[in-house]
Design a protein around this ligand. Structure first.
Ligand code: SF4
Ligand code: SF4
Ligand code: SF4
Ligand code: FES
Length: 1023
């Protein structure tokens, strides 16, 4: 490799060795984590070296600094032994064995360089080069090509066979994938790409077709990458030793000149990446081999979908306006900050100290979140801070803390490699946590079993080389019934790990819980009427989990986003406690966090009742510690949660909101209600990259920084604190924490930080689980998993070893209470929602990349029977209506869903799936019940009649639907100014027709098309 010099954001120069990036040729031998490995002594070119048993000769040579030429081997893949370039001589052995496939043996004496080896290697290289275009100087991989390097390494000077014979030089390029090109003329058929797709990604999209000289790499039956099973993870591109598979950015811009190690800002896996740059322009994001979470793998989002950071839609200047109907006015940072501070103070003077608050973002760094909650508690003088985690994983925090004493998952990702039975509940990792899914699939290929509990037939139920032992396809909203049924079998079949329960748990609580789940009402047979899952299947799944070896639970928002989300989290914890599946590798209860820093934003004190480190604001000692450090008093009463802030705004006594990097108008449930709340406030301040749906009703806009500009840390789903290093200067001129610090100062509560590292120092000083964390430590060791303190200076990969954080594990009875959201004659179907691989959350980033080629709109998945009953064909436009709103989508007919259940994603504002989700929420945390909404689906848009319970809902729904229909009409007529049209209509409703509309619709149903057409006529918008 010739990309030899690179540097971190700190300016220090590193080469590949110091980045830990060197290719050792073959993977390290696998072994259990515990116990000392057996070692073997060998001699390589006269040097003695001691290595682990099972190490290849190639790797042993690399360990003592000898690089044996190679082409088909790389240390992320099992050795293959096809190119024969890595041959060596071994004393006492015949021939020249391949060093990549030969394991070391005690006392081996190995020679890697000799005239004979050189001659043979040159012969091999000659054959390769005779069928390879000699365009090195103009090739995109020039300087980063292993074939080129190997030609030099073996001293090839001439090719005796000439270039006139049969060859593949005229083969056409496959440019179907938006991010990389496949140039078959440069392929040496080393199979690294095929093996990477199988072993690293687990997708099996590639094959080698044909035989001998005719063998070529093929992607799927249709012959191109885009139409194949390929999920664009980039593993094949990374594995390819030639320019055959090359990133389009490299083809267009050339090789990078410097590297900054940083962390992906999409999902909670938290993959480490090398941002590879020319100046301040990113030319490639390469997954970092030593990244603790991803170990060199990536998905299409982190690897390729980073172009949004330089998208022209990005807002780079602060803006203010008096009313949301006014145009934005660009102002200086000082003016924007002073304007915001003046307005906030004025609101508090008129409406009281509690009339303002803020929402932190799980997209931002720990440091950025920390300063926002600090600003609210000190400068705002209240605890009205909440976070977007409220709408995703707040039940995780509550439930796990009740059971184990800590609000976080129990394992590191690596732990899955030792799981024997995986219970996957309400999570779809191949779409939402792809890099972890690859790890999970690898373990399944090795023989572990999986039980999928999900209303939808996700890929992990059945896909190449994956077949779930059981798919418990439950009705949405019946998770707790299923977990109780599983527990019933474990207790009544006496599959309880009594020793674990006796040693680690509260015996009285266990007895109470066991008596509860043993009741006949919790048997799989009784609960089948609610869950729809055959009792025999539940019994078999329970026995497998309890007796199949290491049992590991992984779950997602399909658990938490329910009215019984917290109950379900405790129910899963009960299962793990009863079976003793806690406190070691391969087991545990593991939330798959949605956003990149959900864990961190919760850790940083984003909830209204908790200071950083999950310590209650009512605790005097904790409060005094913070007060002494911050020099401000802190209120002892918890503040308002997000839903309370919205309700208070509508009631008229909550008037100002600071929204950090979160599009609540699109991502929170019942968007009509949210918009009503936002438009009822006097001041909405949005700090974000784009004018999102929330910013459209804001009064102050602070431009934010992308992850490529941020300096700080993210904490992923396994509690791993990863550095986010700036690859470039903030394009808006300021780090986000600086803006917040300046706003706090303008409000009279200054903060004194010169850099983000000082914020982490303050976090460490105030938060016992972070006590050992500093930027210097992270730079030194890469990453740590909290708790990281004096007792665990390098962090804690596995929690609750020996004892639980709370002492004894707590069993909690979990009665099943059916949700109030029930299907009815009017709304006979149940809607559940989720994500798709290529898009992310509300799509603000991914919609601004070529990922739209895979998912250009949200679709409604509907069972063939339900579709037929309604006269809906695949691709038809349909209206999806609930009792709070309606939206229009295109139908996809699929039996992935059970009959009676429909599914959609929520990545596009135009479809606004959350228009239909209701106000039901988790009893303990208010996490919205996104996953269960009673709906009706009817063909066509014209059927969109509004039947809504509350006049304000009706009005809001109309605004929203008017927006949507206007956009659709504008799109249909190729009108450029789509957003402007929609915004005009929204304003029009608000200003001119509000009273008329409320009166008009009060009496009965209203056909939207009529209203919209009328509005468009009055606005002179072409229909
Ligand atoms: S990009 Fe990933 S999924 Fe696609 S062929 Fe390559 S390795 Fe397979
Ligand atoms: S595309 Fe690259 S990795 Fe795949 S066989 Fe060809 S040269 Fe090897
Ligand atoms: S799995 Fe998540 S963190 Fe990793 S690259 Fe993909 S989006 Fe980024
Ligand atoms: S590198 Fe060993 S045979 Fe190819």
């Amino acid at each position: 490799m010739t990309l030899s010099l690179s540097f971190f954001g700190d300016g220090a120069v590193h080469d590949h060795d110091s980045l830990g990036d060197r290719d050792m040729g073959t993977p390290a031998p696998t072994r259990a984590r515990e116990g000392a490995p057996e070692t073997v002594h060998v001699t390589i070119d006269g040097q003695q070296v001691t290595v682990e048993e099972g190490t290849s000769v190639m790797r042993a040579a690399a360990i003592c600094g000898v690089d044996i030429p190679k082409l088909c081997a790389t240390d992320s893949l099992d050795p293959f032994g096809s190119c024969r370039l890595c041959i060596v001589e071994i004393d006492g052995r015949k021939g020249t064995p391949a060093s990549c496939t030969t394991p070391v043996a005690p006392g081996m004496e190995i020679t890697t360089q000799s005239p004979k080896l050189q001659r043979l290697r040159r012969g091999v290289m000659e054959l390769y080069i005779s069928d390879h275009p000699l365009d090195c100087l103009t090739c995109a991989a020039n300087g980063d090509c292993e074939l080129q390097d190997m030609a030099g390494a073996v001293g090839l000077r001439d090719v005796r066979y000439g270039y006139a014979g049969d060859n593949h030089l005229a083969m056409e390029k496959d440019t179907s994938n938006p991010y990389f090109t496949f140039d078959s003329s440069k392929c040496i058929v080393c199979s690294r790409c095929v093996r990477a797709c199988e072993q690293v990604q687990g997708t099996f999209a590639l094959t080698i077709e044909g035989r001998g000289f005719g063998s070529r790499v093929a992607a799927g039956a249709n012959g191109n990458f885009f139409d194949s099973e390929c999920v664009s993870c980039g593993a094949c591109v990374q594995a390819c030793p030639t320019a055959t598979l090359t990133e389009n950015t490299i083809i267009e811009m050339g090789q990078p000149r410097r590297t900054v190690l940083t962390t992906c800002a999409y999902c909670g896996v938290g993959c480490s990446f090398k941002a590879e740059l020319q100046g301040e322009t990113v030319v490639r994001m390469t997954p970092y081999k030593n990244g603790g979470a991803n170990e060199g793998h990536s998905c299409v989002k982190g690897r390729f979908a980073w172009g949004y950071a330089s998208h022209p839609d990005r807002m780079l200047e602060p803006m203010i306006r008096e009313h949301i109907t006014d145009d934005w006015q660009i102002v200086s940072w000082d003016e924007a900050i002073n304007h915001a501070a003046t307005k906030l103070k004025d609101i508090q003077a008129r409406h009281g100290q509690g009339a303002i608050g803020g929402i932190t973002s799980s997209r931002c760094t720990n440091e950025e979140v920390f300063v926002v909650q600090k600003m609210i508690r000190t400068a705002f003088g209240n605890n009205n801070v909440d976070t977007c985690a409220r709408v995703c994983h707040s039940p995780t925090g509550f439930g796990l803390s009740q059971a184990f004493g800590t609000s976080a998952g129990t394992q590191d990702f690596k732990s899955v490699e030792l799981a024997d039975v995986i219970l996957l509940i309400g999570a779809n990792p191949t779409d939402a946590h792809p890099v972890f899914a690859s790890r999970m699939k690898k373990r399944l290929r090795e023989g572990a079993q999986i039980v999928v509990i999900d209303p939808r037939r996700i890929d992990l139920v059945r896909s190449p080389h994956v077949q779930a032992a059981h798919h418990l396809q439950l009705r949405p909203g019946t998770n707790v019934a299923i977990v109780n049924a599983l527990a019933h079998v474990i207790v009544t079949d006496d599959l309880v790990n009594h020793r674990f329960v006796q040693e680690r748990c509260d015996p009285a609580e266990f007895a109470q819980w066991a008596a509860f789940v043993s009741q006949q009402e919790n048997s799989p047979e009784t609960l089948e009427q609610f869950t729809g899952v055959p009792a025999a299947e539940v019994r078999a799944a329970a026995r497998l989990y309890a007796t199949g070896g290491n049992g590991a639970i992984y779950y997602g928002l399909g658990v938490t986003e329910h009215s019984q989300g917290s109950t379900m989290v405790m129910g899963m914890a009960n299962l793990a406690l009863a079976t003793g599946n806690l406190g070691r590798d391969g087991v545990g209860v593991n939330p798959l966090r949605g956003q990149n820093n959900v864990q961190g934003s919760c850790d940083m004190g984003s909830f209204p009742h908790e200071l950083p480190g999950y310590r209650h604001v009512s605790d005097t000692t904790t409060r005094e510690t913070f007060e002494a450090f911050w020099g401000h008093s802190i209120q002892a009463e918890p503040g308002l949660r997000i839903p309370n802030m919205f309700d208070a705004a509508i009631e008229g006594h909550f008037k100002g909101l600071f929204v950090q990097g979160e599009d609540i108008a699109q991502s929170d449930p019942n968007t009509v209600h949210v918009m009503h709340a936002l438009t009822s406030m006097e001041l909405v301040i949005v700090q974000d990259l784009f004018i999102n749906e929330t910013a459209k009703v804001a009064h102050v806009f602070f431009p934010g920084t992308s992850f490529l500009e941020k300096d700080g840390t993210f904490t992923n789903a396994e509690r791993r604190i990863n550095r986010v290093r700036p690859a470039m200067r903030p394009r808006n001129g300021k780090q986000e924490w600086q803006v917040v610090a300046e706003l706090a100062a303008a409000l009279g509560a200054p903060m004194h930080y010169d850099n983000a590292g000082q914020i982490m120092d303050e976090i460490a000083a105030l938060t016992p689980t972070f006590a050992g964390v500093s930027f210097a430590k992270l730079d030194e060791v890469g990453s740590v998993q909290w708790p990281c303190n004096e007792a665990h200076p390098l962090g804690t990969p596995i929690m609750h070893e020996g004892t639980f954080v709370r002492g004894l594990g707590r069993f909690t009875p979990t009665p099943y209470m059916p949700t109030d959201e029930k299907s009815t004659r009017r709304f006979p179907l149940l809607l559940t929602t989720g994500r798709i691989l290529s898009q992310y959350n509300v799509g603000a980033q991914t919609r601004r990349t070529s990922n739209v080629q895979w998912h250009g709109e949200d679709l409604l998945e509907i069972h063939p029977h339900d579709a037929e009953e309604r006269g809906i064909r695949d691709g038809d436009e349909v209206t999806l209506a609930s009792r709070v709103g309606a939206t229009t989508l295109h139908a996809r007919i699929t039996d992935r869903m059970a009959q009676g259940v429909v599914y959609t994603t929520f990545h596009y504002p135009v479809s606004g799936a959350n228009v239909v989700t209701t106000e039901h929420s988790d009893w303990a945390t208010n996490c919205p019940e996104y996953k269960v909404t009673a709906v009706q689906v009817s063909p066509g848009r014209s059927a969109a009649t509004v039947e809504i319970d509350h006049p304000e809902h009706r009005l809001g729904a109309l605004v929203r639907m008017a927006n949507q229909i206007a956009r659709q009409m504008a799109a249909d007529t190729n009108l450029d100014a789509v957003p402007a049209t929609a915004t005009h209509i929204a304003k029009f409703w608000e200003r001119d027709m509000r009273a008329d509309l409320v009166a008009a619709i009060d009496g009965g149903t209203v056909t939207l098309d009529d209203i919209v057409v009328q509005a468009m006529q009055r606005l002179a918008v072409p229909a």
